[in-house]
Design a protein around this ligand. Structure first.
Ligand code: FAD
Length: 471
C-alpha cells in the first residue's frame, strides 16, 4: 500500500508495518476496499474527494497516542476527522493516516458545576442532547451534525453567541495529545499558552481528545423558528430585520436569508422553488417574553409560512439540518460585518435574485453582544468587532454545475465584501482561500500562534488544517 509522508513523498507501507499498528490499537484500522472506508473518508462537501491511505477509528485516547507515535515513526502525513463538516475538507488528505474520531462521542455533564466534558468526536447534537436533560447548554452552531471539535477550535457561533460569546469563550479546558504523543491538559492554569492558542488556532497544536465547556441555563423550551415571505416583500422584511436586530436584547438572535423556497411541508407547494425571504429567530430567555419579542415578526406583511413557536431548544438546534445534507457540492464566501447598511440590503437582494441552484442561499447571522465585550487578544478567534456573519452559500448536485455556482458566489462576494470589517470566519474558508484569508481571520494573533506552534509542534506534524508555520 502507498502512503504519503509529511513532506509529500510517497512510500510503500508493508503489511507487517500495518499489522504492527493494528496490534497497538483497540479501534479498527480501515484501508481502501474495506467496508466503511468510504463512509470514513468522505466529508460533508462532495467537492472534496480524497483517499487517505490508512483510517483508524479511534476508540480512546490511547488509540490517538498510538496513531501519533506511528505517524512519527514513519513520518506519515496525518489528518484528523471530527464531524467532517469543514467545507475545505481539512479532515481528509490523500495518502494520509486519518484519525477518525467519530466513535468517541461520550458526554459527561456535571450539573452542579455547570460543566460538560465532551469527547472530540461528538457532533453538536450529542452535546445539546445531554446538557438539555438538565436545562443547560453551551454556545454551539446551527446544524446539529457539525463536529464540536472543528467548530470549537475555529471559534464557533450560534443562537447563544450574543449572550455568551464565541463557543471557544465557553471552553474551560481541553485534553490534547501533542506532537510528541504525550497527553497534556490545557487550561488557564495548566499550559496556558497552549490553551490560548487552541481557542481559535484550529488543530495546529495537537489532537484534542476532549473539551470541557461552561454551561448556562437555557430552555428546555425556547421561542424559535422561521417566518417566510415571498421575495417581493424583501425590501420591507430586510428593513424590519435591520431595525429589530439593532435593538434586540442578548436573549434574541435573528438570522435572515434569501433563497428559492425548499420543498418544506410548512411552505405552500406552489411556492416551492420560488424566491423567498425569511427571518429565523431564537429567544433563549423566558418563553413568555420571547413570544412578545417575536410578535412583530409574525404579524409582519403577508407571510407564506410561520413555524416560529415555543419549542424545545434541542429541536430548534436541528431545525435546519435538512437544508445542509452531506454529499452535495458546496462553495461559500463569507465576511464579518459590523452593521447593516441600506446599500448592503440592496445588493443582498440583487445577488439573491441571481441564485442558480435550488439549494443555494444568502444568509446573514446576527452575532455580537457578549462576543464584542472581550478584546482581540483574548484568544486567537479575535474579530471582536463582528456583529453579523454574511455567508454566500452555493449548494448544488452536479459537477457540471460547478462553474456557474462558484461564479455566482464569487460575484456576489466581490460586490458585497466592501461592507466587511476586513475579518472573516476561519471555519467558513474554502479550499482555495489561502494565507491572506487566514490572516484576515486571525489578524495580529498569528505571530503569537506561530510561537506556540514552534514550542508544541516544531516539525509541523499537524498540518492538514489552517496551517500556522512554526516561528
Ligand atoms: C452545514 C454547516 C453548518 C455550519 N454551521 C456553523 C455554525 O452555525 N457555527 C459555526 O461556528 N460554524 C459552523 N459551521 C462551520 C464549522 O464550524 C466548521 O465546518 C468546522 O470545521 C466543523 O467541525 P468538524 O469537526 O465537523 O470539522 P472536520 O471537517 O472534521 O475538521 C475540521 C478541522 O478541524 C480539525 N480537527 C477536527 N477534530 C479535531 C481534533 N479532535 N483535534 C484537532 N483537530 C481536529 C481537522 O483536522 C480539520 O483541520 C458549519 C459548517 C457546516 C458544513
Amino acid at each position: 500500500m502507498r502512503a504519503k509522508t509529511m513532506d509529500g513523498r510517497e512510500i510503500e507501507m508493508q503489511q507487517l508495518t500495518l499489522d504492527s499498528l493494528k496490534m497497538r490499537l483497540k479501534g479498527q484500522v480501515v484501508v481502501q476496499g474495506d467496508a466503511g472506508y468510504d463512509e470514513s473518508r468522505t466529508v460533508w462537501n462532495a467537492m472534496i474527494d480524497r483517499m487517505p491511505a490508512i483510517i483508524v477509528r479511534c476508540l480512546g485516547i490511547a488509540d490517538v497516542i498510538a496513531c501519533v507515535q506511528f505517524a512519527l515513526e514513519h513520518q506519515l502525513l496525518l489528518c484528523i476527522k471530527g464531524g467532517g463538516h469543514n467545507i475545505a475538507g481539512l479532515a481528509t488528505a490523500d495518502g494520509a493516516l486519518m484519525l477518525d474520531m467519530s466513535l468517541m462521542r461520550g458526554v459527561w455533564v456535571d450539573k452542579h458545576r455547570k460543566i460538560a466534558h465532551a469527547q472530540a468526536g461528538c457532533l453538536l447534537g450529542d452535546l445539546d442532547r445531554e446538557t438539555q436533560l438538565h436545562g443547560l447548554a453551551t454556545v454551539l452552531g446551527f446544524i446539529s451534525m457539525t463536529g464540536i471539535a472543528g467548530l470549537t477550535l475555529g471559534g464557533g457561533f450560534g443562537y447563544l453567541t450574543r449572550r455568551w460569546g464565541w463557543t471557544t469563550d465557553n471552553v474551560v479546558g481541553m485534553d490534547v495529545v501533542t506532537a510528541e504523543a504525550r497527553l497534556v491538559r490545557a487550561t488557564s492554569e495548566e499550559n496556558p499558552e497552549l490553551f490560548w492558542g487552541l481557542r481559535g488556532g484550529g488543530g495546529n497544536f495537537g489532537v484534542v481528545t476532549g473539551i470541557d465547556y461552561t454551561l448556562h441555563p437555557v430552555g428546555p423550551e425556547v421561542v424559535g423558528g422561521i417566518v417566510a415571505w415571498p421575495a417581493s416583500e424583501a425590501p420591507a422584511v430586510l428593513k424590519l430585520y435591520r431595525t429589530l436586530a439593532e435593538e434586540a436584547p442578548p436573549e434574541l438572535t435573528l438570522v435572515t436569508f434569501m433563497r428559492p423556497a425548499p420543498p418544506a411541508p410548512w411552505l405552500p407547494k406552489d411556492m416551492h422553488g420560488k424566491p423567498i425571504v425569511a427571518i429565523i429567530a431564537c429567544y433563549s430567555g423566558n418563553p413568555g417574553e420571547g413570544e412578545q419579542a417575536v410578535a412583530v415578526i409574525k404579524s409582519f406583511g403577508t407571510p407564506i409560512g410561520d413555524i416560529l413557536v415555543r419549542r424545545p431548544y434541542s429541536q430548534l438546534q436541528s431545525l435546519l439540518d435538512g437544508t445542509q445534507p452531506k454529499g452535495r457540492r458546496y462553495y461559500w464566501k463569507s465576511e464579518y460585518l459590523a452593521g447593516i447598511e441600506p446599500e448592503f440590503c440592496e445588493k443582498f437582494m440583487a445577488h439573491s435574485a441571481k441564485i442558480c441552484s435550488p439549494h443555494s442561499s444568502m444568509i446573514l447571522f446576527q452575532i455580537g453582544g457578549a462576543l464584542n465585550r472581550l478584546n482581540d487578544e483574548h484568544s486567537p478567534v479575535g474579530n471582536r468587532n463582528a456583529r453579523y456573519v454574511l455567508n454566500i452559500g452555493g449548494a448544488w448536485e452536479q459537477a457540471s454545475d460547478d462553474t456557474a455556482n462558484i461564479a455566482w458566489a464569487r460575484n456576489a462576494w466581490d460586490d458585497l465584501r466592501m461592507f466587511s470589517t476586513g475579518g472573516t470566519y476561519i471555519n467558513f474558508l474554502t479550499q482555495e482561500e489561502g494565507p491572506d484569508r487566514i490572516k484576515a481571520a486571525l489578524g495580529n494573533n498569528i505571530s503569537r500562534l506561530a510561537e506556540i506552534k514552534a514550542k508544541w509542534d516544531p516539525q509541523n506534524l499537524f498540518r492538514t488544517n489552517r496551517n500556522i508555520m512554526p516561528a
